[in-house]
Design a protein around this ligand. Structure first.
Ligand SMILES: C[S@@+](CC[C@H](N)C(=O)[O-])C[C@H]1O[C@@H](n2cnc3c(N)ncnc32)[C@H](O)[C@@H]1O
Length: 222
């Protein structure tokens, strides 16, 4: 993508009502005004809120929102040029139950209040081979999610990375979390996973599948 293209997308991002872009100053060691107010200020309903962390272009967020109109979906990523795609689609199609949030997930506790979120999807997160604490399913990140996820709130992880899959299994065991489902190859003929796990494919997922890489899945509660 050229620099010009990025600038055009960043400019258009400012016009999307569904895209919230907090400044670092608004979230660094302090709560953002939206924290605890997503239902009333953004969605104008009381339906469950589902997050997709590291959503990239937002394929999962968009597809789930169209499938579940009685839930609200927020795609979170730091890359504005990727979020542009999901935010543009949500705007053009007037999707009432979709928002996108541009932030570093490190700041997530400044943006959501206790029990505000019902479910989390982590889709094809960077495996961070040399920085385990930076993995989106590390103990450190799960502790952050616990502050705002409902007690029975499910976390889903889809990945192509054996390292991320296995290290997350370790974190689940060490943290005493409850593993609900584990699958090493969701597209294998003998796999029995929920339809939404295989029927929605993200941008990265399609690329990994084209290379013949198995896609794995974990489902757990904290
Ligand atoms: C490999 S891409 C996957 C994108 C998308 N889920 C997909 O499957 O096509 C990982 C995404 O996570 C985002 N990401 C990684 N770490 C992040 C962090 N700490 N805060 C916010 N976004 C992050 C990156 O910007 C990137 O868009």
């Amino acid at each position: 993508m050229s620099g010009k293209d990025k600038i055009r997308k960043f400019r258009e991002n400012l016009t999307f009502e569904c895209l919230i872009q907090p400044t670092t100053d608004e979230v660094l060691r302090k709560d953002h005004p939206i924290k605890g107010h997503w239902h009333e200020k953004i969605f104008k309903n009381n339906n469950p809120i589902v997050l997709e962390l590291g959503c990239g272009k937002g394929e999962y967020t968009i597809a789930l929102s169209e499938r579940y109109p009685d839930k609200n979906f927020i795609g979170v990523d730091i890359k504005g040029a990727r979020l542009w795609k999901g935010a543009k689609y949500a705007t053009e199609n007037q999707l009432p139950n979709v928002a996108f949030l541009r932030t570093r997930i490190e700041f997530i506790t400044s943006l959501f209040a206790e029990n505000e979120v019902s479910e989390i999807w982590v889709t094809f997160a960077d495996p961070q081979p040399n920085k385990p604490k930076k993995r989106l399913t590390s103990h450190q990140f799960l502790a952050k999610y616990k502050t705002f996820l409902k007690p029975d709130g499910i976390i889903h992880l889809k990945t192509d990375s054996i390292l991320l899959h296995e290290s997350t299994l370790e974190v689940i065991q060490e943290g005493g979390h409850k593993l609900l489902e584990a699958n090493n190859d969701i597209y294998a003929p003998e796999s029995h996973v929920a339809e939404e796990i295989t029927s929605i494919k993200t941008f990265y997922e399609s690329q990994f599948l084209a290379k013949g890489m198995p896609i794995t899945y974990l489902k757990f509660v904290l």
